[in-house]
Design a protein around this ligand. Structure first.
Ligand code: ADP
Length: 162
């Protein structure tokens, strides 16, 4: 059985993330979306909020072979714990490539049996990031089409309180 782990901050989960996840769900038997619980990163949304929003998307999009989990520490440890065969990441611009290149080297050093597969961002999503969504939402701009519609209201309300 092929198992992919798609790790990230997902703060919050965007339609760009959904695009990568949908591709991964079509490629692997089972996919885990692994929400990073990293105290240093000072996220806007709590781990529970991020996981709830991802679960909303899994139901809305009928992604039946996707599970949502959380991890801290080393990704390779989480990947081993769920018997992952591959890591999944997305690539937008060359800046992502530099970062992903480094992370891949570290992961290979830690576990050389685990390989990462990358999905290119759709042309319309190549400039979309969680940070953009937060910046727009904080100033009351429309985030329609940037985040899965099932979460649009929750995200707007939450950002308005900041
Ligand atoms: P991280 O902090 O680990 O980079 P992110 O939530 O920002 O977490 O991103 C998780 C993964 O999703 C990364 O591989 C990132 O490159 C990818 N990603 C983010 N936004 C997009 C997008 N618009 N299109 C494709 N991939 C994306």
């Amino acid at each position: 059985m092929t198992v992919g782990v798609y790790p990230g901050s997902f703060d919050p989960f965007t339609v760009g993330h959904l695009d990568v996840l949908t591709n991964a769900a079509g490629l692997f038997d089972l996919v885990y979306v692994a929400v990073l619980h990293n105290v240093d990163k000072r996220p806007t949304f709590t781990v529970d909020e991020r996981m709830d929003m991802i679960r909303n998307v899994l139901v809305a999009e009928k992604l039946d072979n996707v599970r949502c989990g959380t991890f801290d520490g080393l990704l390779v440890d989480y990947a081993r714990a769920v018997n992952a065969t591959h890591i999944v990441r997305g690539l937008r611009a060359t800046s992502d490539f530099e970062y992903e290149f480094q992370i891949d080297a570290v992961n290979r050093h830690l576990d050389n049996s685990l390989r990462t597969v990358y999905f290119m961002a759709s042309p319309g999503h190549s400039f979309l990031s969680s940070s953009n969504v937060k910046e727009i939402g904080l100033w009351g701009g429309s985030i329609r089409g940037l985040v899965p519609s099932v979460n649009e209201e929750i995200i707007c309300e939450r950002l308005a309180k900041k």
